[in-house]
Ligand binder design. Structure first.
Ligand code: PLP
Length: 465
Protein backbone atom coordinates (compact mmCIF):
# COMPACT_ATOMS: atom_id res chain seq x y z
CA UNK A 1 0.00 0.00 0.00
CA UNK A 2 2.76 2.50 1.01
CA UNK A 3 4.84 1.34 -1.94
CA UNK A 4 2.00 1.94 -4.42
CA UNK A 5 1.40 5.38 -2.96
CA UNK A 6 5.06 6.30 -3.19
CA UNK A 7 5.46 5.03 -6.73
CA UNK A 8 2.48 7.20 -7.69
CA UNK A 9 4.18 10.11 -5.98
CA UNK A 10 7.38 9.40 -7.92
CA UNK A 11 5.52 9.40 -11.23
CA UNK A 12 3.77 12.66 -10.31
CA UNK A 13 7.09 14.16 -9.27
CA UNK A 14 8.50 13.65 -12.74
CA UNK A 15 5.38 15.08 -14.32
CA UNK A 16 5.72 18.26 -12.26
CA UNK A 17 9.46 18.45 -11.66
CA UNK A 18 9.70 21.66 -13.72
CA UNK A 19 7.39 23.43 -11.28
CA UNK A 20 9.65 23.03 -8.26
CA UNK A 21 12.34 25.69 -7.62
CA UNK A 22 15.41 24.13 -9.23
CA UNK A 23 17.78 25.32 -6.51
CA UNK A 24 16.32 24.87 -3.07
CA UNK A 25 15.34 28.24 -1.66
CA UNK A 26 15.63 27.32 2.04
CA UNK A 27 17.97 29.23 4.37
CA UNK A 28 20.70 27.47 6.37
CA UNK A 29 19.19 25.70 9.41
CA UNK A 30 15.61 25.96 8.14
CA UNK A 31 15.20 22.24 7.52
CA UNK A 32 16.96 21.23 10.72
CA UNK A 33 14.72 23.46 12.85
CA UNK A 34 11.59 21.78 11.55
CA UNK A 35 12.80 18.26 12.21
CA UNK A 36 11.77 16.63 15.50
CA UNK A 37 14.72 16.77 17.89
CA UNK A 38 13.73 13.66 19.82
CA UNK A 39 14.64 10.18 18.72
CA UNK A 40 11.33 8.29 18.37
CA UNK A 41 11.03 5.64 21.08
CA UNK A 42 8.13 3.94 19.35
CA UNK A 43 7.68 3.22 15.66
CA UNK A 44 5.66 5.72 13.66
CA UNK A 45 3.16 5.18 10.88
CA UNK A 46 4.58 5.49 7.39
CA UNK A 47 1.88 8.08 6.55
CA UNK A 48 3.32 10.49 9.14
CA UNK A 49 6.89 9.92 7.94
CA UNK A 50 5.89 10.46 4.33
CA UNK A 51 3.99 13.61 5.20
CA UNK A 52 7.14 15.06 6.83
CA UNK A 53 9.12 14.02 3.77
CA UNK A 54 6.78 16.04 1.60
CA UNK A 55 6.48 19.05 3.90
CA UNK A 56 9.95 19.36 5.44
CA UNK A 57 12.39 17.48 3.24
CA UNK A 58 11.11 18.35 -0.23
CA UNK A 59 11.51 22.16 0.10
CA UNK A 60 15.12 21.57 1.07
CA UNK A 61 15.89 19.55 -2.04
CA UNK A 62 17.68 20.96 -5.06
CA UNK A 63 16.26 19.35 -8.16
CA UNK A 64 18.98 17.70 -10.16
CA UNK A 65 16.29 16.00 -12.26
CA UNK A 66 14.75 19.27 -13.36
CA UNK A 67 15.41 19.95 -17.04
CA UNK A 68 16.40 23.47 -15.93
CA UNK A 69 19.27 22.12 -13.82
CA UNK A 70 22.35 23.52 -15.59
CA UNK A 71 24.69 23.65 -12.58
CA UNK A 72 28.03 21.84 -12.07
CA UNK A 73 27.66 18.81 -14.35
CA UNK A 74 24.37 16.92 -14.45
CA UNK A 75 23.76 14.01 -12.07
CA UNK A 76 21.20 12.33 -14.24
CA UNK A 77 18.77 9.55 -13.61
CA UNK A 78 16.24 7.98 -15.99
CA UNK A 79 13.23 5.69 -15.68
CA UNK A 80 15.10 2.40 -16.33
CA UNK A 81 17.80 3.43 -13.89
CA UNK A 82 15.28 4.25 -11.16
CA UNK A 83 13.52 0.93 -11.64
CA UNK A 84 16.82 -0.92 -11.32
CA UNK A 85 17.66 1.05 -8.17
CA UNK A 86 14.32 -0.01 -6.70
CA UNK A 87 15.12 -3.65 -7.38
CA UNK A 88 18.66 -3.22 -6.03
CA UNK A 89 17.30 -1.74 -2.82
CA UNK A 90 14.77 -4.55 -2.57
CA UNK A 91 17.41 -7.24 -2.99
CA UNK A 92 19.71 -5.42 -0.57
CA UNK A 93 22.71 -7.52 -1.57
CA UNK A 94 26.23 -6.68 -0.52
CA UNK A 95 28.26 -7.78 -3.52
CA UNK A 96 31.80 -7.77 -2.15
CA UNK A 97 32.82 -11.14 -3.61
CA UNK A 98 31.51 -13.40 -6.34
CA UNK A 99 29.89 -15.79 -3.89
CA UNK A 100 27.90 -13.07 -2.15
CA UNK A 101 25.97 -12.58 -5.42
CA UNK A 102 27.34 -14.25 -8.55
CA UNK A 103 24.92 -12.31 -10.78
CA UNK A 104 26.28 -9.00 -9.55
CA UNK A 105 29.88 -9.98 -10.27
CA UNK A 106 29.14 -11.49 -13.68
CA UNK A 107 26.82 -8.70 -14.80
CA UNK A 108 29.49 -6.19 -13.77
CA UNK A 109 32.03 -8.06 -15.89
CA UNK A 110 29.69 -7.88 -18.88
CA UNK A 111 28.86 -4.20 -18.32
CA UNK A 112 32.55 -3.36 -18.36
CA UNK A 113 32.87 -5.20 -21.67
CA UNK A 114 29.85 -3.40 -23.11
CA UNK A 115 31.15 0.00 -22.02
CA UNK A 116 34.65 -0.71 -23.32
CA UNK A 117 33.08 -1.44 -26.71
CA UNK A 118 30.62 1.46 -26.54
CA UNK A 119 33.37 3.99 -25.82
CA UNK A 120 35.84 2.47 -28.28
CA UNK A 121 38.44 1.88 -25.56
CA UNK A 122 41.33 -0.51 -26.28
CA UNK A 123 40.07 -4.12 -26.12
CA UNK A 124 42.59 -5.10 -23.43
CA UNK A 125 41.12 -2.59 -20.98
CA UNK A 126 39.12 -4.08 -18.17
CA UNK A 127 37.91 -2.82 -14.86
CA UNK A 128 35.21 -2.32 -12.35
CA UNK A 129 32.38 -0.07 -11.23
CA UNK A 130 33.27 2.31 -8.41
CA UNK A 131 31.26 4.82 -6.44
CA UNK A 132 32.87 8.00 -7.74
CA UNK A 133 35.61 9.28 -10.00
CA UNK A 134 37.36 10.53 -6.86
CA UNK A 135 37.73 6.93 -5.64
CA UNK A 136 38.79 5.69 -9.07
CA UNK A 137 41.45 8.38 -9.37
CA UNK A 138 42.70 7.52 -5.91
CA UNK A 139 42.96 3.87 -7.05
CA UNK A 140 44.96 5.01 -10.09
CA UNK A 141 47.36 7.07 -8.00
CA UNK A 142 47.82 4.27 -5.47
CA UNK A 143 48.45 1.74 -8.27
CA UNK A 144 50.94 4.11 -9.91
CA UNK A 145 52.67 4.58 -6.56
CA UNK A 146 52.87 0.83 -6.00
CA UNK A 147 54.07 0.00 -9.49
CA UNK A 148 56.76 2.65 -9.18
CA UNK A 149 57.96 1.30 -5.82
CA UNK A 150 57.68 -2.36 -6.86
CA UNK A 151 54.76 -2.63 -4.41
CA UNK A 152 57.03 -1.75 -1.49
CA UNK A 153 55.28 1.37 -0.19
CA UNK A 154 52.31 -0.87 0.61
CA UNK A 155 54.64 -2.97 2.76
CA UNK A 156 57.02 -0.55 4.41
CA UNK A 157 55.47 2.88 3.93
CA UNK A 158 57.37 5.78 2.35
CA UNK A 159 61.14 5.81 2.66
CA UNK A 160 62.80 9.21 2.43
CA UNK A 161 64.36 8.43 -0.95
CA UNK A 162 60.92 7.88 -2.50
CA UNK A 163 59.92 11.41 -3.41
CA UNK A 164 57.28 10.72 -6.01
CA UNK A 165 56.00 13.45 -8.34
CA UNK A 166 52.60 13.71 -10.00
CA UNK A 167 51.58 16.02 -12.82
CA UNK A 168 48.25 17.46 -13.95
CA UNK A 169 47.07 20.69 -15.51
CA UNK A 170 46.10 23.78 -13.55
CA UNK A 171 42.50 23.03 -14.62
CA UNK A 172 42.37 19.53 -13.13
CA UNK A 173 39.57 18.58 -10.74
CA UNK A 174 40.12 18.97 -6.99
CA UNK A 175 39.75 15.18 -6.52
CA UNK A 176 43.36 14.87 -7.72
CA UNK A 177 44.57 17.22 -4.97
CA UNK A 178 42.57 15.18 -2.49
CA UNK A 179 43.95 11.87 -3.78
CA UNK A 180 47.60 12.97 -3.44
CA UNK A 181 46.88 13.93 0.15
CA UNK A 182 45.30 10.56 0.92
CA UNK A 183 47.98 8.59 -0.96
CA UNK A 184 50.69 10.13 1.22
CA UNK A 185 52.36 11.77 -1.76
CA UNK A 186 51.72 15.30 -0.56
CA UNK A 187 50.27 18.28 -2.36
CA UNK A 188 53.69 19.85 -2.79
CA UNK A 189 54.54 16.91 -5.07
CA UNK A 190 51.58 17.57 -7.35
CA UNK A 191 52.93 19.70 -10.18
CA UNK A 192 50.32 21.84 -11.92
CA UNK A 193 51.21 22.26 -15.58
CA UNK A 194 50.17 25.39 -17.49
CA UNK A 195 47.40 25.41 -20.07
CA UNK A 196 46.94 26.91 -23.54
CA UNK A 197 44.27 29.40 -24.60
CA UNK A 198 41.70 26.54 -24.74
CA UNK A 199 42.56 25.57 -21.12
CA UNK A 200 44.19 22.29 -22.24
CA UNK A 201 47.47 21.08 -20.75
CA UNK A 202 50.63 22.17 -22.60
CA UNK A 203 52.38 18.89 -23.33
CA UNK A 204 55.75 20.54 -23.88
CA UNK A 205 55.52 22.21 -20.44
CA UNK A 206 54.83 18.77 -18.97
CA UNK A 207 58.04 17.39 -20.41
CA UNK A 208 60.02 20.37 -19.13
CA UNK A 209 58.65 19.77 -15.61
CA UNK A 210 59.48 16.05 -15.74
CA UNK A 211 63.05 16.71 -16.87
CA UNK A 212 63.51 19.31 -14.16
CA UNK A 213 62.38 16.83 -11.51
CA UNK A 214 64.58 14.04 -12.85
CA UNK A 215 67.59 16.35 -12.80
CA UNK A 216 67.27 16.79 -9.03
CA UNK A 217 66.54 13.13 -8.26
CA UNK A 218 62.76 13.29 -7.86
CA UNK A 219 60.72 10.38 -9.22
CA UNK A 220 58.02 11.14 -11.85
CA UNK A 221 55.25 8.66 -11.05
CA UNK A 222 51.91 9.61 -12.61
CA UNK A 223 50.32 12.09 -15.00
CA UNK A 224 46.62 12.84 -14.87
CA UNK A 225 45.17 14.02 -18.18
CA UNK A 226 41.60 15.28 -18.34
CA UNK A 227 39.07 14.82 -21.09
CA UNK A 228 36.54 17.51 -20.22
CA UNK A 229 37.79 19.69 -17.36
CA UNK A 230 35.30 20.73 -14.72
CA UNK A 231 35.50 24.46 -15.30
CA UNK A 232 35.22 24.49 -19.09
CA UNK A 233 35.33 20.92 -20.57
CA UNK A 234 38.83 21.50 -21.96
CA UNK A 235 40.39 18.43 -23.57
CA UNK A 236 44.03 17.69 -22.73
CA UNK A 237 46.10 16.44 -25.72
CA UNK A 238 46.16 12.77 -24.78
CA UNK A 239 48.43 11.53 -27.53
CA UNK A 240 51.21 14.06 -26.90
CA UNK A 241 50.95 13.51 -23.15
CA UNK A 242 50.86 9.73 -23.62
CA UNK A 243 54.07 9.73 -25.66
CA UNK A 244 55.83 11.64 -22.90
CA UNK A 245 54.54 9.18 -20.29
CA UNK A 246 55.80 6.28 -22.36
CA UNK A 247 59.20 7.89 -22.83
CA UNK A 248 59.69 8.37 -19.09
CA UNK A 249 57.80 5.25 -17.97
CA UNK A 250 55.13 7.21 -16.09
CA UNK A 251 51.61 5.98 -15.26
CA UNK A 252 49.00 7.86 -17.33
CA UNK A 253 45.56 8.22 -15.75
CA UNK A 254 42.76 9.74 -17.82
CA UNK A 255 40.00 11.56 -15.96
CA UNK A 256 36.99 11.74 -18.26
CA UNK A 257 34.47 11.88 -15.42
CA UNK A 258 31.96 13.98 -17.34
CA UNK A 259 32.99 13.96 -21.00
CA UNK A 260 33.77 10.24 -21.20
CA UNK A 261 30.12 9.55 -22.02
CA UNK A 262 30.54 11.49 -25.28
CA UNK A 263 33.00 8.83 -26.50
CA UNK A 264 29.89 6.77 -27.25
CA UNK A 265 29.66 9.06 -30.28
CA UNK A 266 32.19 8.01 -32.94
CA UNK A 267 32.46 11.64 -34.07
CA UNK A 268 33.77 12.60 -30.59
CA UNK A 269 36.49 9.93 -30.47
CA UNK A 270 39.10 12.53 -31.45
CA UNK A 271 39.09 13.33 -27.74
CA UNK A 272 40.44 9.89 -26.87
CA UNK A 273 43.12 9.71 -29.53
CA UNK A 274 46.18 8.37 -27.72
CA UNK A 275 44.17 6.22 -25.30
CA UNK A 276 46.56 3.34 -26.07
CA UNK A 277 49.08 5.13 -23.82
CA UNK A 278 46.69 5.20 -20.85
CA UNK A 279 47.21 2.94 -17.85
CA UNK A 280 43.83 3.84 -16.42
CA UNK A 281 40.67 5.70 -17.39
CA UNK A 282 37.58 6.78 -15.48
CA UNK A 283 34.20 8.13 -16.53
CA UNK A 284 30.93 8.60 -14.68
CA UNK A 285 27.73 7.16 -16.15
CA UNK A 286 26.18 8.93 -13.15
CA UNK A 287 26.85 12.26 -14.80
CA UNK A 288 25.73 12.28 -18.45
CA UNK A 289 24.79 8.64 -19.12
CA UNK A 290 21.35 8.69 -17.48
CA UNK A 291 22.36 6.38 -14.62
CA UNK A 292 21.60 7.21 -10.99
CA UNK A 293 24.40 8.39 -8.76
CA UNK A 294 26.57 6.53 -7.84
CA UNK A 295 28.13 4.78 -10.80
CA UNK A 296 31.69 5.49 -11.88
CA UNK A 297 33.46 3.21 -14.29
CA UNK A 298 37.18 2.55 -13.88
CA UNK A 299 39.23 0.86 -16.60
CA UNK A 300 42.84 -0.29 -16.33
CA UNK A 301 45.40 -1.65 -18.74
CA UNK A 302 46.96 -4.01 -16.20
CA UNK A 303 44.46 -5.50 -13.81
CA UNK A 304 47.22 -7.34 -11.91
CA UNK A 305 48.74 -4.01 -10.82
CA UNK A 306 45.33 -2.94 -9.54
CA UNK A 307 44.66 -6.16 -7.68
CA UNK A 308 48.17 -6.34 -6.23
CA UNK A 309 47.74 -2.82 -4.91
CA UNK A 310 44.57 -3.66 -2.99
CA UNK A 311 44.60 -7.41 -2.39
CA UNK A 312 44.15 -8.64 1.13
CA UNK A 313 43.22 -12.21 1.98
CA UNK A 314 41.75 -12.78 5.44
CA UNK A 315 40.59 -16.29 6.17
CA UNK A 316 36.94 -15.33 6.49
CA UNK A 317 36.79 -14.03 2.91
CA UNK A 318 38.30 -17.12 1.24
CA UNK A 319 35.98 -19.20 -0.92
CA UNK A 320 36.33 -22.36 -2.97
CA UNK A 321 36.00 -20.54 -6.28
CA UNK A 322 38.54 -17.74 -5.77
CA UNK A 323 40.76 -19.08 -8.56
CA UNK A 324 37.97 -18.97 -11.13
CA UNK A 325 36.04 -15.74 -10.54
CA UNK A 326 36.39 -11.97 -10.21
CA UNK A 327 36.22 -10.97 -6.56
CA UNK A 328 35.79 -7.24 -7.05
CA UNK A 329 36.52 -6.45 -3.41
CA UNK A 330 40.21 -6.34 -4.37
CA UNK A 331 39.69 -4.07 -7.40
CA UNK A 332 39.17 -0.95 -5.30
CA UNK A 333 39.16 0.60 -1.86
CA UNK A 334 35.97 -0.54 -0.14
CA UNK A 335 35.24 -4.13 0.77
CA UNK A 336 31.47 -3.76 0.61
CA UNK A 337 30.00 -3.15 -2.82
CA UNK A 338 26.58 -2.14 -4.10
CA UNK A 339 25.00 -3.95 -7.06
CA UNK A 340 25.59 -1.05 -9.45
CA UNK A 341 25.76 -3.09 -12.64
CA UNK A 342 22.01 -3.65 -12.64
CA UNK A 343 21.12 -0.02 -13.34
CA UNK A 344 23.69 0.15 -16.14
CA UNK A 345 22.20 -2.97 -17.68
CA UNK A 346 18.68 -1.53 -17.49
CA UNK A 347 19.78 1.84 -18.92
CA UNK A 348 21.82 0.44 -21.81
CA UNK A 349 19.16 -2.11 -22.75
CA UNK A 350 16.24 0.28 -22.47
CA UNK A 351 17.82 3.26 -24.29
CA UNK A 352 19.95 1.13 -26.62
CA UNK A 353 23.25 2.58 -27.77
CA UNK A 354 21.40 4.50 -30.47
CA UNK A 355 18.99 5.99 -27.94
CA UNK A 356 21.89 7.23 -25.82
CA UNK A 357 23.69 8.57 -28.87
CA UNK A 358 20.59 10.41 -30.03
CA UNK A 359 20.24 12.25 -26.71
CA UNK A 360 23.94 13.14 -26.51
CA UNK A 361 23.84 14.50 -30.05
CA UNK A 362 20.78 16.56 -29.20
CA UNK A 363 22.50 18.07 -26.16
CA UNK A 364 25.59 18.95 -28.18
CA UNK A 365 23.53 20.41 -31.03
CA UNK A 366 21.29 22.47 -28.75
CA UNK A 367 24.41 23.78 -27.08
CA UNK A 368 25.83 24.83 -30.46
CA UNK A 369 22.57 26.61 -31.23
CA UNK A 370 22.89 28.42 -27.92
CA UNK A 371 26.49 29.38 -28.73
CA UNK A 372 25.14 31.03 -31.90
CA UNK A 373 22.67 33.01 -29.80
CA UNK A 374 25.47 34.18 -27.52
CA UNK A 375 27.60 35.19 -30.48
CA UNK A 376 24.76 37.29 -31.83
CA UNK A 377 24.22 39.04 -28.46
CA UNK A 378 26.61 42.01 -28.09
CA UNK A 379 26.29 42.21 -24.28
CA UNK A 380 27.48 38.66 -23.67
CA UNK A 381 30.91 37.13 -23.99
CA UNK A 382 31.88 33.49 -24.46
CA UNK A 383 34.77 32.74 -22.11
CA UNK A 384 36.05 29.36 -23.35
CA UNK A 385 35.69 27.06 -26.36
CA UNK A 386 32.62 24.79 -26.31
CA UNK A 387 33.70 21.33 -27.50
CA UNK A 388 30.69 19.61 -25.89
CA UNK A 389 27.62 20.95 -24.10
CA UNK A 390 28.93 23.36 -21.48
CA UNK A 391 28.94 27.09 -22.18
CA UNK A 392 31.17 29.40 -20.15
CA UNK A 393 29.95 32.96 -20.53
CA UNK A 394 29.62 36.30 -18.85
CA UNK A 395 27.45 39.35 -19.14
CA UNK A 396 29.69 42.08 -20.56
CA UNK A 397 27.94 45.30 -21.50
CA UNK A 398 30.11 47.09 -24.03
CA UNK A 399 30.55 50.23 -21.92
CA UNK A 400 32.02 48.37 -18.92
CA UNK A 401 35.70 47.44 -19.02
CA UNK A 402 36.51 47.30 -15.31
CA UNK A 403 37.14 43.64 -14.43
CA UNK A 404 36.08 44.04 -10.80
CA UNK A 405 32.74 45.53 -11.84
CA UNK A 406 32.25 42.76 -14.41
CA UNK A 407 32.92 40.14 -11.74
CA UNK A 408 30.39 41.78 -9.41
CA UNK A 409 27.76 42.11 -12.13
CA UNK A 410 28.03 38.45 -13.03
CA UNK A 411 27.94 37.38 -9.40
CA UNK A 412 24.74 39.38 -8.99
CA UNK A 413 23.29 37.95 -12.18
CA UNK A 414 23.95 34.42 -10.98
CA UNK A 415 22.36 35.19 -7.62
CA UNK A 416 19.21 36.64 -9.18
CA UNK A 417 18.86 33.80 -11.69
CA UNK A 418 19.18 31.10 -9.05
CA UNK A 419 16.92 32.93 -6.61
CA UNK A 420 14.20 32.90 -9.27
CA UNK A 421 13.95 29.13 -8.84
CA UNK A 422 13.49 28.86 -12.61
CA UNK A 423 16.94 27.53 -13.36
CA UNK A 424 20.19 26.71 -11.63
CA UNK A 425 23.60 27.73 -12.96
CA UNK A 426 26.98 27.72 -11.21
CA UNK A 427 30.18 29.67 -11.75
CA UNK A 428 33.92 29.26 -12.04
CA UNK A 429 36.94 31.46 -12.64
CA UNK A 430 38.88 31.28 -15.89
CA UNK A 431 41.98 33.43 -16.22
CA UNK A 432 40.95 35.01 -12.94
CA UNK A 433 37.63 36.20 -14.40
CA UNK A 434 34.27 35.30 -12.90
CA UNK A 435 32.44 33.11 -15.39
CA UNK A 436 28.97 31.54 -15.45
CA UNK A 437 28.70 27.88 -16.47
CA UNK A 438 25.67 26.55 -18.36
CA UNK A 439 25.76 22.72 -18.61
CA UNK A 440 23.16 21.33 -21.01
CA UNK A 441 22.97 17.60 -20.43
CA UNK A 442 19.97 16.88 -18.23
CA UNK A 443 18.00 13.74 -19.10
CA UNK A 444 14.67 15.55 -19.44
CA UNK A 445 16.02 18.63 -21.21
CA UNK A 446 14.25 19.90 -24.32
CA UNK A 447 15.39 22.82 -26.46
CA UNK A 448 12.42 24.87 -25.26
CA UNK A 449 13.94 24.89 -21.77
CA UNK A 450 17.12 26.42 -23.14
CA UNK A 451 15.14 29.04 -25.07
CA UNK A 452 13.11 30.01 -21.99
CA UNK A 453 16.27 30.11 -19.86
CA UNK A 454 18.01 32.29 -22.43
CA UNK A 455 15.12 34.78 -22.33
CA UNK A 456 15.37 34.84 -18.54
CA UNK A 457 19.13 35.39 -18.61
CA UNK A 458 18.76 38.32 -21.02
CA UNK A 459 15.87 39.82 -19.08
CA UNK A 460 17.63 39.57 -15.70
CA UNK A 461 20.89 40.94 -17.02
CA UNK A 462 19.07 44.00 -18.40
CA UNK A 463 17.44 44.49 -15.02
CA UNK A 464 20.85 44.74 -13.31
CA UNK A 465 20.98 48.45 -14.28
N1 PLP B 1 36.83 14.72 -12.44
C1 PLP B 1 36.17 15.66 -13.11
C2 PLP B 1 36.72 16.16 -14.41
C3 PLP B 1 34.94 16.14 -12.61
O1 PLP B 1 34.28 17.08 -13.29
C4 PLP B 1 34.44 15.62 -11.40
C5 PLP B 1 33.16 16.09 -10.86
O2 PLP B 1 32.48 16.89 -11.42
C6 PLP B 1 35.18 14.64 -10.74
C7 PLP B 1 36.38 14.22 -11.28
C8 PLP B 1 34.72 14.04 -9.44
O3 PLP B 1 33.66 13.19 -9.67
P1 PLP B 1 33.03 12.32 -8.47
O4 PLP B 1 32.01 13.20 -7.83
O5 PLP B 1 32.44 11.14 -9.16
O6 PLP B 1 34.13 11.97 -7.55
Amino acid sequence: MNAHQMVDWMADFFEHVEKYPVKSQVKPGEVYQQLPAQVPAKGEQMEAIFQDFQQIIMPGMTHWQSPNFYAYFPGNNSYPSILAEMLTATLGAQCMIWETSPSAAELEELMMQWLQEMLGLPAYMTGTIQDTASSATLCAILSARERMSDFQINETGFQTENQLRLYCSSQTHSSIDKAVKIAGIGRSNLVKIGVDEAYAMKAEALEVAIKKDLAVGLIPCCVIATIGTTSSTAIDPLEAIGKICKKYNIWLHVDAAYAGTALILPEMRWMSQGMEFADSFVFNPHKWMFTNFDCSVYFVKDKEALIRTFEIMPEYLKTEVDEHVNNYRDWGIALGRRFRALKLWFVIRNFGVEGIQQRLRQHIKWCKNQVDRFEAAPDFELMAPTPLNLICFRFHPLHIQDETILDQLNEQLLHHLNASGKLYLTHTRLNGQYVLRWAMGQTYLKERHLLDSWELIKEMSERLF
